[in-house]
Design a protein around this ligand. Structure first.
Ligand code: SAM
Length: 283
Protein backbone atom coordinates (compact mmCIF):
# COMPACT_ATOMS: atom_id res chain seq x y z
CA UNK A 1 0.00 0.00 0.00
CA UNK A 2 1.36 3.45 -0.91
CA UNK A 3 1.85 5.94 1.94
CA UNK A 4 -0.49 8.97 1.73
CA UNK A 5 1.12 12.08 0.20
CA UNK A 6 2.84 14.36 2.69
CA UNK A 7 1.20 17.68 3.52
CA UNK A 8 3.30 20.81 3.11
CA UNK A 9 5.09 22.08 6.21
CA UNK A 10 4.06 25.30 7.92
CA UNK A 11 6.19 28.39 7.27
CA UNK A 12 9.34 26.41 6.59
CA UNK A 13 11.21 26.33 3.32
CA UNK A 14 11.76 22.92 1.76
CA UNK A 15 15.00 21.34 2.95
CA UNK A 16 16.65 19.03 5.41
CA UNK A 17 16.47 20.20 9.02
CA UNK A 18 18.93 18.39 11.30
CA UNK A 19 17.39 18.64 14.75
CA UNK A 20 19.26 17.83 17.98
CA UNK A 21 17.11 16.32 20.74
CA UNK A 22 17.77 15.71 24.48
CA UNK A 23 20.29 13.10 25.68
CA UNK A 24 18.24 12.43 28.80
CA UNK A 25 16.63 15.51 30.29
CA UNK A 26 13.65 16.43 28.12
CA UNK A 27 13.91 20.02 29.32
CA UNK A 28 16.99 20.40 27.12
CA UNK A 29 15.02 20.54 23.85
CA UNK A 30 15.35 23.99 22.28
CA UNK A 31 12.46 26.21 21.28
CA UNK A 32 13.75 26.18 17.72
CA UNK A 33 13.83 22.36 17.72
CA UNK A 34 10.18 22.26 18.86
CA UNK A 35 9.15 24.84 16.25
CA UNK A 36 10.96 22.93 13.51
CA UNK A 37 9.56 19.52 14.45
CA UNK A 38 6.06 21.02 14.66
CA UNK A 39 6.31 22.66 11.24
CA UNK A 40 8.04 20.04 9.11
CA UNK A 41 6.14 17.78 6.73
CA UNK A 42 8.03 14.63 7.75
CA UNK A 43 10.38 13.52 10.52
CA UNK A 44 13.06 11.03 9.47
CA UNK A 45 14.24 9.13 12.53
CA UNK A 46 16.26 6.11 13.65
CA UNK A 47 13.43 4.48 15.55
CA UNK A 48 9.82 5.64 15.26
CA UNK A 49 8.99 4.33 18.75
CA UNK A 50 11.75 6.36 20.42
CA UNK A 51 10.97 9.55 18.46
CA UNK A 52 7.24 8.89 18.86
CA UNK A 53 7.67 9.13 22.65
CA UNK A 54 9.47 12.47 22.36
CA UNK A 55 6.82 13.85 19.99
CA UNK A 56 4.06 12.64 22.30
CA UNK A 57 5.77 14.43 25.22
CA UNK A 58 5.94 17.61 23.12
CA UNK A 59 2.35 17.28 21.88
CA UNK A 60 3.54 17.18 18.25
CA UNK A 61 1.84 15.00 15.64
CA UNK A 62 3.84 14.76 12.42
CA UNK A 63 4.43 11.79 10.12
CA UNK A 64 7.60 9.82 10.87
CA UNK A 65 9.71 7.61 8.62
CA UNK A 66 12.54 5.34 9.71
CA UNK A 67 15.86 6.28 8.14
CA UNK A 68 19.45 5.26 8.67
CA UNK A 69 22.43 5.58 6.36
CA UNK A 70 22.38 1.83 5.72
CA UNK A 71 18.74 1.90 4.65
CA UNK A 72 19.93 1.68 1.04
CA UNK A 73 20.02 3.99 -1.95
CA UNK A 74 16.28 3.69 -2.68
CA UNK A 75 15.28 4.89 0.78
CA UNK A 76 17.75 7.76 0.56
CA UNK A 77 16.58 8.72 -2.95
CA UNK A 78 12.98 8.82 -1.79
CA UNK A 79 13.89 11.01 1.18
CA UNK A 80 15.99 13.33 -1.02
CA UNK A 81 12.98 13.68 -3.33
CA UNK A 82 10.86 14.76 -0.35
CA UNK A 83 13.58 17.14 0.91
CA UNK A 84 13.62 18.87 -2.49
CA UNK A 85 9.93 19.76 -2.12
CA UNK A 86 9.13 19.83 1.58
CA UNK A 87 10.69 20.63 4.96
CA UNK A 88 11.96 17.33 6.37
CA UNK A 89 13.49 16.97 9.85
CA UNK A 90 16.18 14.43 10.69
CA UNK A 91 16.48 13.33 14.31
CA UNK A 92 18.33 10.48 16.01
CA UNK A 93 17.27 8.57 19.11
CA UNK A 94 19.05 11.12 21.29
CA UNK A 95 21.45 14.03 20.92
CA UNK A 96 22.82 15.47 17.72
CA UNK A 97 22.20 13.51 14.50
CA UNK A 98 25.37 12.44 12.61
CA UNK A 99 27.45 12.30 15.83
CA UNK A 100 27.94 8.51 16.05
CA UNK A 101 24.46 8.43 14.52
CA UNK A 102 23.00 8.22 11.01
CA UNK A 103 22.75 11.15 8.62
CA UNK A 104 26.15 11.79 7.09
CA UNK A 105 25.33 10.25 3.71
CA UNK A 106 21.99 12.02 3.57
CA UNK A 107 23.59 15.41 4.28
CA UNK A 108 26.37 14.74 1.77
CA UNK A 109 23.90 13.89 -0.98
CA UNK A 110 21.52 16.74 -0.12
CA UNK A 111 24.37 19.26 -0.29
CA UNK A 112 25.69 17.77 -3.51
CA UNK A 113 22.27 18.42 -5.07
CA UNK A 114 22.19 21.99 -3.84
CA UNK A 115 19.29 21.31 -1.46
CA UNK A 116 18.68 23.50 1.58
CA UNK A 117 20.37 21.97 4.67
CA UNK A 118 19.86 23.59 8.08
CA UNK A 119 21.20 22.45 11.45
CA UNK A 120 19.28 23.14 14.67
CA UNK A 121 22.00 22.64 17.32
CA UNK A 122 21.42 21.23 20.77
CA UNK A 123 22.57 18.52 23.17
CA UNK A 124 25.40 16.14 22.42
CA UNK A 125 26.96 13.78 24.96
CA UNK A 126 30.49 14.51 23.80
CA UNK A 127 30.27 18.28 24.38
CA UNK A 128 28.38 17.83 27.64
CA UNK A 129 31.08 15.45 28.91
CA UNK A 130 33.87 17.81 27.86
CA UNK A 131 32.31 20.64 29.83
CA UNK A 132 32.18 18.48 32.97
CA UNK A 133 35.42 16.51 32.91
CA UNK A 134 37.87 19.26 33.86
CA UNK A 135 40.26 18.21 31.09
CA UNK A 136 41.72 20.61 28.51
CA UNK A 137 39.10 21.58 25.94
CA UNK A 138 41.18 23.81 23.66
CA UNK A 139 41.94 20.77 21.53
CA UNK A 140 40.04 17.50 21.56
CA UNK A 141 39.65 14.50 19.33
CA UNK A 142 36.34 12.65 19.27
CA UNK A 143 36.96 9.04 18.27
CA UNK A 144 33.42 7.62 18.58
CA UNK A 145 33.15 4.06 19.90
CA UNK A 146 36.35 2.07 20.41
CA UNK A 147 36.33 -1.31 18.62
CA UNK A 148 35.05 -4.07 20.89
CA UNK A 149 37.73 -6.64 19.85
CA UNK A 150 40.81 -6.46 22.07
CA UNK A 151 43.46 -6.23 19.33
CA UNK A 152 41.57 -3.64 17.25
CA UNK A 153 40.92 -1.59 20.40
CA UNK A 154 44.61 -1.68 21.39
CA UNK A 155 45.66 -0.70 17.83
CA UNK A 156 43.21 2.21 17.77
CA UNK A 157 44.47 3.51 21.11
CA UNK A 158 48.11 3.12 20.04
CA UNK A 159 47.33 5.21 16.96
CA UNK A 160 45.90 7.97 19.15
CA UNK A 161 48.50 7.91 21.93
CA UNK A 162 50.66 10.72 20.55
CA UNK A 163 47.79 13.05 19.62
CA UNK A 164 48.29 16.24 21.67
CA UNK A 165 44.61 16.62 22.58
CA UNK A 166 41.98 15.35 24.99
CA UNK A 167 40.54 12.13 23.57
CA UNK A 168 36.80 11.49 23.78
CA UNK A 169 35.15 8.08 23.30
CA UNK A 170 31.59 6.83 23.52
CA UNK A 171 31.19 3.73 25.70
CA UNK A 172 28.60 1.50 27.26
CA UNK A 173 28.39 0.13 30.80
CA UNK A 174 29.24 -3.50 29.98
CA UNK A 175 32.35 -2.51 27.95
CA UNK A 176 33.74 0.19 30.26
CA UNK A 177 36.11 -1.89 32.41
CA UNK A 178 37.71 -3.54 29.36
CA UNK A 179 38.10 -0.12 27.75
CA UNK A 180 39.75 1.26 30.92
CA UNK A 181 42.19 -1.69 30.95
CA UNK A 182 43.14 -0.96 27.35
CA UNK A 183 43.52 2.76 28.09
CA UNK A 184 45.77 1.99 31.09
CA UNK A 185 48.08 0.04 28.80
CA UNK A 186 48.08 2.32 25.78
CA UNK A 187 47.95 5.70 27.55
CA UNK A 188 49.84 5.25 30.84
CA UNK A 189 49.83 8.17 33.24
CA UNK A 190 46.91 9.97 31.62
CA UNK A 191 44.17 11.62 33.60
CA UNK A 192 40.90 9.88 32.78
CA UNK A 193 37.28 10.92 33.27
CA UNK A 194 34.15 8.83 33.03
CA UNK A 195 30.96 10.85 32.44
CA UNK A 196 27.85 8.74 32.94
CA UNK A 197 24.11 9.25 32.55
CA UNK A 198 24.57 12.89 31.58
CA UNK A 199 21.59 15.19 32.23
CA UNK A 200 19.77 12.27 33.90
CA UNK A 201 18.88 11.54 37.53
CA UNK A 202 22.04 9.53 38.24
CA UNK A 203 24.50 11.75 36.37
CA UNK A 204 28.09 11.37 37.55
CA UNK A 205 31.52 12.41 36.38
CA UNK A 206 34.45 10.60 38.00
CA UNK A 207 38.11 11.44 37.37
CA UNK A 208 41.31 9.55 38.18
CA UNK A 209 43.92 7.21 36.82
CA UNK A 210 42.72 4.35 34.59
CA UNK A 211 43.82 1.92 37.34
CA UNK A 212 41.76 3.67 40.04
CA UNK A 213 38.73 3.93 37.78
CA UNK A 214 39.07 0.26 36.75
CA UNK A 215 39.06 -0.72 40.43
CA UNK A 216 36.02 1.46 41.11
CA UNK A 217 33.95 0.23 38.18
CA UNK A 218 34.93 -3.40 38.74
CA UNK A 219 33.51 -3.07 42.25
CA UNK A 220 30.51 -1.00 41.04
CA UNK A 221 29.56 -2.21 37.53
CA UNK A 222 28.36 0.89 35.72
CA UNK A 223 24.93 1.20 34.19
CA UNK A 224 23.70 3.48 31.49
CA UNK A 225 25.36 5.62 28.87
CA UNK A 226 28.98 6.66 29.17
CA UNK A 227 31.55 9.05 27.72
CA UNK A 228 35.19 8.16 28.42
CA UNK A 229 37.79 10.92 28.22
CA UNK A 230 41.59 10.84 28.40
CA UNK A 231 43.65 13.98 28.95
CA UNK A 232 46.44 14.90 26.51
CA UNK A 233 49.92 13.35 26.83
CA UNK A 234 52.27 15.21 29.19
CA UNK A 235 54.48 17.76 27.39
CA UNK A 236 57.79 16.31 26.24
CA UNK A 237 60.69 16.97 28.64
CA UNK A 238 62.66 20.13 27.77
CA UNK A 239 65.86 19.34 25.85
CA UNK A 240 69.20 19.66 27.68
CA UNK A 241 70.98 23.03 27.43
CA UNK A 242 73.84 21.61 25.36
CA UNK A 243 71.36 20.21 22.83
CA UNK A 244 69.77 23.65 22.50
CA UNK A 245 73.18 25.31 22.11
CA UNK A 246 74.20 22.81 19.42
CA UNK A 247 70.97 23.43 17.51
CA UNK A 248 71.46 27.20 17.76
CA UNK A 249 75.12 27.01 16.58
CA UNK A 250 74.08 24.90 13.63
CA UNK A 251 71.32 27.33 12.69
CA UNK A 252 73.57 30.39 13.18
CA UNK A 253 76.01 28.98 10.65
CA UNK A 254 73.51 29.67 7.85
CA UNK A 255 70.93 32.08 9.28
CA UNK A 256 70.59 35.45 10.96
CA UNK A 257 70.17 35.46 14.75
CA UNK A 258 66.41 36.01 14.60
CA UNK A 259 65.95 33.36 11.88
CA UNK A 260 68.01 30.88 13.91
CA UNK A 261 65.97 31.58 17.06
CA UNK A 262 62.69 31.15 15.15
CA UNK A 263 63.86 27.95 13.47
CA UNK A 264 65.05 26.31 16.72
CA UNK A 265 61.91 27.51 18.49
CA UNK A 266 59.76 25.71 15.92
CA UNK A 267 61.86 22.56 15.99
CA UNK A 268 62.19 22.21 19.79
CA UNK A 269 59.02 23.97 20.93
CA UNK A 270 60.97 26.50 23.04
CA UNK A 271 60.45 30.20 23.64
CA UNK A 272 61.75 32.24 20.68
CA UNK A 273 62.79 35.30 22.73
CA UNK A 274 64.86 33.20 25.17
CA UNK A 275 66.51 31.45 22.20
CA UNK A 276 67.30 34.81 20.59
CA UNK A 277 69.01 35.99 23.79
CA UNK A 278 71.03 32.76 24.00
CA UNK A 279 72.00 33.01 20.30
CA UNK A 280 73.31 36.53 20.91
CA UNK A 281 75.51 35.15 23.70
CA UNK A 282 76.81 32.34 21.51
CA UNK A 283 77.67 34.58 18.57
N1 SAM B 1 24.19 11.45 18.74
C1 SAM B 1 24.45 11.27 20.14
C2 SAM B 1 25.13 12.53 20.70
O1 SAM B 1 25.04 13.58 20.06
O2 SAM B 1 25.70 12.47 21.76
C3 SAM B 1 25.27 10.03 20.40
C4 SAM B 1 24.63 8.76 19.91
S1 SAM B 1 25.59 7.33 20.20
C5 SAM B 1 24.71 6.13 19.28
C6 SAM B 1 25.15 6.86 21.82
C7 SAM B 1 26.31 7.03 22.79
O3 SAM B 1 26.39 8.39 23.18
C8 SAM B 1 26.14 6.28 24.10
O4 SAM B 1 26.59 4.94 23.98
C9 SAM B 1 27.03 7.06 25.02
O5 SAM B 1 28.38 6.74 24.82
C10 SAM B 1 26.77 8.49 24.53
N2 SAM B 1 25.65 9.09 25.28
C11 SAM B 1 24.44 9.38 24.82
N3 SAM B 1 23.68 9.92 25.80
C12 SAM B 1 24.45 9.95 26.90
C13 SAM B 1 24.26 10.39 28.25
N4 SAM B 1 23.09 10.88 28.63
N5 SAM B 1 25.29 10.27 29.12
C14 SAM B 1 26.49 9.77 28.72
N6 SAM B 1 26.72 9.35 27.48
C15 SAM B 1 25.73 9.43 26.58
Amino acid sequence: MNAPPLEPGLNLDPGLYIVATPIGNLGDISRRAIETLSACALIACEDTRVTGKLLHHLGIKRPMRRYDDHAGDDARERLLGDIAQLPVALVSDAGTPLISDPGYRLVRDARARGLNVVSIPGPSALITALTLAGLPTDRFLFAGFLPSKEKARADTLAGLAAVPATLVFYETGPRLVDALHAVAQALPGREIAVARELTKLHEECRSGTPEALTAHYTAHPPRGEIVLLAGPPPPAAAPEADVVDAALRLALATMSTSQAAASVSRALGLDRKALYARAMELK
